[in-house]
Design a protein around this ligand. Structure first.
Ligand code: 5GP
Ligand code: MN
Length: 322
């Protein structure tokens, strides 16, 4: 598929790069990684192409990524593209408002690592064992066009989807790609601190509130917490500020499963689930409620009272952990 990917990039005169709604570090890293890679092909080989990345607004902690300021958030545009490269998107619906660029493209190439992705597009590379989509796309890249800019993007995505090389999705291969990125001269310490660990003052405050209000159930095996829109307003935070909260819940001692949810503008709750054991596959729980993800990290959206939603999720989790 590597050859096919590079052939498609070379042939297409116009390419859009798309990712999932509420873009995270892996989504930003993989889409911008592909963007910079294409730019390098053009520059080195004297090719001219129209290339654009479309994503929802993403956290400004990713502003250091090369190409960040060129990301298009406009939906009114009348552009169309020959090739759409779709990254980190478990299903077609997760493209959100930029879905039409994929629908209108002559060809769609999908690169992903979600176990719940059954494969869409004319060509797809889905590797559920890969730590991140950044790992998937890196393996599609030709070494000659990987520079420091590409490396910064790929390293960022790997760092985010592995929780800084801690999650079980991290493999020797993941580390060897990270090592190759480091060899390009990236400032890996700052990338980890500034994009992964750093939180704004407001984020720290809402995190403190969430942890204070969190609850244990099922003999301490499940930890749950939520924030409604009134709390989010009171703390001056939005969905972009919710990153990292689920990870603080996940590392609660003795816990097998963490559930965190926040209320979205439409009143629904966006749910994040994390599992600390391979015996509990949260992607099947999420998929049951129309979402998806990975064995140890998954999500979905549900309407209703938070207590009722937690009860519904717990019922499905209980089926697996007894
Ligand atoms: P997070 O909890 O960080 O939002 O998401 C964890 C994982 O589950 C990510 O890989 C994310 O792409 C996936 N995920 C989260 N929410 C949904 C959803 O509603 N649908 C699908 N298909 N995947 C989701
Ligand atoms: Mn990912």
């Amino acid at each position: 598929m590597k050859e096919k990917f590079n052939e498609l990039l070379r042939q297409a005169e116009s390419i859009c790069v798309l990712g999932h709604i509420s873009p995270d570090g892996d989504c930003a890293g993989s889409t911008l990684g592909v963007y910079n890679y294409i730019e390098n092909i053009c520059e080195k080989d004297g090719l001219r192409k129209k290339v654009k990345v479309y994503l929802e607004e993403l956290s400004d902690k990713f502003a250091y990524l090369p190409g960040y300021s060129g990301i298009c958030h406009d939906t009114e545009e009348k552009e169309s593209y020959e090739l759409a490269v779709v990254c980190d998107c478990g299903d077609f619906g997760r493209l959100g408002k930029y879905m039409r660029y994929a629908k209108e493209a002559k060809s769609v190439f999908c690169a992903d690592h979600h176990i719940t992705n059954s494969g869409f597009g004319d060509n797809s590379v889905i590797k559920p064992d890969a730590s991140s989509t950044c790992e998937v796309v890196y393996d599609l890249f030709d070494e000659a066009y990987i520079d420091k800019d590409v490396a910064e993007c790929i390293y960022t995505g790997i760092v985010h989807d592995t929780g800084v090389f801690r999650y079980s999705c991290t493999s020797g291969h993941t580390m060897s790609i990270a090592g190759k990125c480091m060899d390009k001269g990236i400032d890996f310490g700052s990338i980890i601190d500034d994009s992964f660990f750093s939180m704004s003052f407001q984020q720290k405050k809402i995190l403190a509130k969430v942890l204070t209000d969190s609850a244990l159930s099922e003999d301490g095996k499940i930890v749950t917490a939520y924030v409604n829109s009134a709390d989010m307003k009171a703390f001056s935070v939005g969905k972009k500020d919710m990153d990292g909260i689920i990870d603080e819940l996940r590392t609660t001692g003795g816990v097998l499963c963490a559930i965190f949810m926040y209320q979205m503008i439409n009143g629904q709750y966006k749910i994040s689930m994390r599992s600390n054991t391979d015996e509990l596959d949260v992607s099947t729980v999420a998929a049951f409620f129309g979402g998806g993800g990975h064995v140890r990290a998954a999500g979905c959206s549900l309407s209703g009272k938070p207590e009722d939603i937690i009860a519904k999720l717990t019922e499905r989790i209980r089926l697996q952990i007894g």
